[in-house]
Design a binder for this molecule. Sequence first.
Ligand SMILES: NC(=O)c1ccc[n+]([C@@H]2O[C@H](COP(=O)([O-])OP(=O)(O)OC[C@H]3O[C@@H](n4cnc5c(N)ncnc54)[C@H](OP(=O)(O)O)[C@@H]3O)[C@@H](O)[C@H]2O)c1
Length: 333
Amino acid sequence: MSSGNYKALVAEEKNGRFAQSVKTIQTDDLPNNDLLIRVHYSSLNYKDALSASGNKGITKNYPFTPGIDAAGVVEKSRDIRFKPGQPVIVTSYDLGMNTPGGFGQYISVPADWAIHLPGGLSLKESMMIGTSGLTAAIGTEKIISQNIKPDVSDVLITGATGAVGSFAVALLSHLGFRVTAATGKTDQEEFLKRLGAQRVIHRDEISDVKSRPLLSSKWVAAIDTVGGEMLDAVIRQSGHNGVVACCGNVLGNELHTNVLPFILRGVSLVGIDSGIAHMADRLRIWNRLSADWKPPAFEQLYTQSSLEELPGKIENILAGKQIGKVLVGLVDK
Ligand SMILES: NC(=O)c1ccc[n+]([C@@H]2O[C@H](COP(=O)([O-])OP(=O)(O)OC[C@H]3O[C@@H](n4cnc5c(N)ncnc54)[C@H](OP(=O)(O)O)[C@@H]3O)[C@@H](O)[C@H]2O)c1
């Protein structure tokens, strides 16, 4: 493959419906940014599925190539920090939102969005982690920074079979925490236990609760990927000085809660937006993920997809059927 023509998954509106198909595009049509990168791997995130299905809150103009994650090799550089041939990772900023993204074999991005691939990771491994793994790792750092120690009490992960949830289960278990995985797919108990979960419960056990302002303490920390009623229930079940890291809105944007968990139990609700993480924080976390924070179980998290197979995977994620991570391979065999 040389720069010039390349393959990309393009989302566009046809007869009032959004659909995606693989098309041949020219690198000359990409924005003229510092780095031209030949993408080897990408990964599918919930945000990509929204962009691919015409969500104007994410992507304003179509036809468009989604993909907020990309790992590949620099082909051309106008920035002294990067040289042709060097392997790099780009996640978030505007990639795959309004800048053509990682579901294409080439991207063109500002050099400030890229990081050098850390020594302990291959390009493929970096996208087995991707934005969802980075998000789980940011949540994990936030929990640890509030003095929550491994082995003392249970940490809850909601949406546990999803991309963020499953990486969070694997990472926190690897770091020695006792992890309870809450899922709607109890047939995936074995998968979650292989990732390290000590306990797997049906998500209704969390959210199907009385409307009392405080409930029995069950968790010292949680990473919630779901939001809405689930997050409200998790906050009310948190123990003294508990930490709830909120990163997702699968159940919607609304959160109805009350002040008692905060003023009688000292619970902290912390937000995560991996898209605006500072470069220094990204570098520190990617370096950790390439070393002692690389959970052995993460190899079991992914299934690989070609660009042609992606539309089916996008439907799956929108239907809440995602299990683990979808890795996207972009190098022609
Ligand atoms: N803030 C950030 O920086 C950031 C970064 C990445 C992702 N996110 C957000 O985090 C959320 C999860 O992302 P993801 O990539 O992990 O998505 P995903 O792979 O689709 O996982 C979402 C999981 O949520 C659970 N779920 C689905 N429908 C549900 C329902 N009706 N009620 C309760 N749970 C339900 C399912 O897990 P179970 O079947 O196991 O319950 C599903 O696998 C999304 O909202 C995404 O936009 C935020």
